[in-house]
Design a protein around this ligand. Structure first.
Ligand code: G3P
Length: 216
């Protein structure tokens, strides 16, 4: 399973790379705004310099021709930029056009397996189902991950599934058990993956025993 980090924060990206856990980055306009970024181009270039993996940069446009223009512009910023488009009819049209030009697209804001089927048919390199936001409204977000995996396997689609809108370590565990390609993980949850109280108490006991033995 690949780990992308869901952030526009350069320090978080660098730290994740330092642990050997960074396979790519996903951003969106809300994450950019959280970092106070008003000019996206320079910041996307800075993120791309920190990883060889795919970096998703999201368009602001909502109309297909404008999406294509913005997508081409973002794709020219660095060789590892992936264009993030919302899964709308305009987004599908733009995906088809950009994919034909060899530009990788990540179709985002996906809330059903049928939307994911459309993403694959349009030629998206990645699809981003939002599990947390589905859970928030009383659905089981992970259910659509299982459905998408089934559908893609039935027809041999190569579109990679990025589990997005992750709220918990359980989302990652269950996605890995299902065989999802990628989890895009908020930094605070990534840190939580490495933490276990028995690991901490075990380290404390080893240190205490070592101190006792060496002070005799
Ligand atoms: O990758 C999409 C993700 O950032 C959305 O997460 O927490 O805003 O639902 P959230």
């Amino acid at each position: 399973m690949k780990f992308f980090i869901d952030t526009a924060n350069l320090k978080e990206i660098e730290e994740t790379a330092g642990y050997g856990l960074l396979d790519g980055v996903t951003t969106n306009p809300s994450l950019m705004a959280k970092e106070g970024i008003s000019e996206q181009d320079g910041h996307i270039r800075a993120i791309c310099a920190l990883t060889n993996g795919p970096v998703s940069a999201e368009v602001i446009s909502t109309e297909k021709e404008a999406m294509i223009k913005e997508g081409r512009h973002l794709a020219a910023l660095a060789q590892n930029v992936t264009i993030k488009l919302p899964l709308t009819l305009d987004g599908l049209f733009a995906t088809k056009t950009l994919a034909a030009e060899g530009i990788k697209v990540n179709l985002t804001l996906v809330f059903s397996a049928l939307q994911a089927l459309l993403a694959a048919k349009a030629g998206a390199a990645f699809v981003s189902p939002f599990v947390g936001r589905l859970d928030d409204i009383g659905h089981d977000g992970l259910e659509i991950i299982s459905e998408i995996i089934n559908i893609y396997s039935n027809y041999g689609f190569e579109t990679k599934i990025i589990v997005a809108s992750i709220r918990s370590t359980q989302h990652i565990l269950k996605s890995a058990l299902l065989g999802a390609d990628v989890a895009t993980i908020p930094f605070k949850i990534l840190r939580r993956l490495a933490t276990h109280p028995l690991t901490d108490s075990g380290v404390a006991t080893f240190l205490a025993d070592h101190t006792k033995a060496t002070q005799k």
